[in-house]
Design a protein around this ligand. Structure first.
Ligand code: ZDP
Length: 328
């Protein structure tokens, strides 16, 4: 029988072990409950392209798994969104913060245009800051959104990338190392496409052989869900692609319907609108300053001749807030 002091020391030891066990089990419990604690989110949209935004600047790993993010994007069983975007800690000096994102199918794209406008608005709202410009690290490099006093967000999207292996596409270059009006066979027809990367891959088309030079596409009656997936997953794009079907209305105004990689038909795509104007300029169809009318509304795009950079301007709106369980 242990002596009281002995017993007391041993009982303390037992108690500590029990506590440690409890603590460790409770800390595991706490850890588990911390890991399982509901995660706050805010919902934002840019021209109907909608996102679940999560402030993740307190840790280097994303708080949700790809699987859980995809579940939450479901419009019936989840919150409903085209993707989940995380405000992350800066990854390099000079960044204010970084961005990571999941598409609604759980895949992770390198960049997103409507999403980075929403992220800038979200961070500004979270931090209670007046409109300002940010330096944001992305998988596609440094991107600079600026919240303007008029409520619009102007984003320096960087320079378009054309080198086929970097888009990536297996279509051989047709002009100056670029794929301009490259041929892509689909079900016995030939689509003429221009391949552009805005950090993420885009396949811009004004129509099939002949059609694209005789009146072009008519988007009001165009079967997007027939041709979108066929070009998204075409072998010519080894990492798949976002597909922009474009109807030219004038040299400064085009209509565009997008079929997004990893999200399907969406109401708007910012990187897609940038790629559309760049492709339109290369094909001699539009000027460098152009309005892109998407199903969700217009985006103003300028491909600046002075420094080859693309500037995208458009809205980013708060919708609602909530909390979700991280589950897995
Ligand atoms: O490259 C991709 O997988 C896109 N689906 C990412 C999302 C793009 C976005 N719609 C945009 O606005 O650029 C957010």
């Amino acid at each position: 029988m242990l002596s009281s002091s002995a017993s007391s020391s041993s009982s303390i030891a037992i108690r500590c072990r029990r506590q440690r066990r409890h603590r460790s089990s409770s800390s595991v419990g706490v850890r588990a409950s911390l890991d399982n604690a509901p995660i706050e989110f805010k919902k934002y949209q840019g021209l109907g392209n909608d996102f679940i935004l999560i402030d993740n600047r307190d840790r280097a790993t994303m708080k949700l798994s790809a699987k859980r993010a995809s579940e939450l994007c479901d419009r019936n069983f989840g919150v409903g969104a085209d993707g989940v975007i995380f405000a992350m800690p800066p990854t390099q000096s000079g960044e204010d913060y970084a961005m990571r994102m999941y598409n609604s199918d759980g895949t992770e794209p390198e960049m997103c245009g409507n999403g980075i406008r929403c992220l800038a608005r979200f961070v500004s709202d979270c931090d209670g800051l007046p409109p300002k410009a940010y330096k944001v690290g992305t998988l596609a490099g440094l991107i600079q959104p600026e919240l303007r006093a008029d409520g619009q967000v102007a984003v320096d999207m960087g320079e378009p990338i054309f080198e086929p292996s970097q888009v990536p596409t297996t279509i051989p270059a047709t002009r100056d190392g670029k794929v301009v009006r490259g041929e892509v066979p689909v079900d016995g027809e030939t689509w003429l496409v221009t391949a552009v990367s805005m950090g993420n891959p885009h396949c811009v088309t004004f129509g099939r052989f002949n059609e694209c030079d005789q009146g072009g596409l008519h988007l009001d009656t165009f079967p997007l869900s027939t041709f979108g997936p066929k070009l998204e997953s075409h072998a010519a794009f080894p990492r798949k692609c976002n597909v922009e079907f474009t109807e030219v209305k004038s040299r400064n105004y085009v209509k565009m319907n997008v079929w997004e990689r990893g999200a399907g038909a969406t109401l708007a795509c910012g990187t897609g609108a940038c790629a559309t104007v760049v492709a339109g300029v290369l094909e001699g169809r539009v000027d460098r300053k152009c309005t892109v009318e998407l199903p969700g509304g217009p985006l103003e795009i300028e491909w600046r001749e002075s420094d080859n950079r693309v500037i995208m301007t458009g809205p980013a709106e708060y919708v609602f807030s909530g909390a979700v369980h991280p589950r897995c």
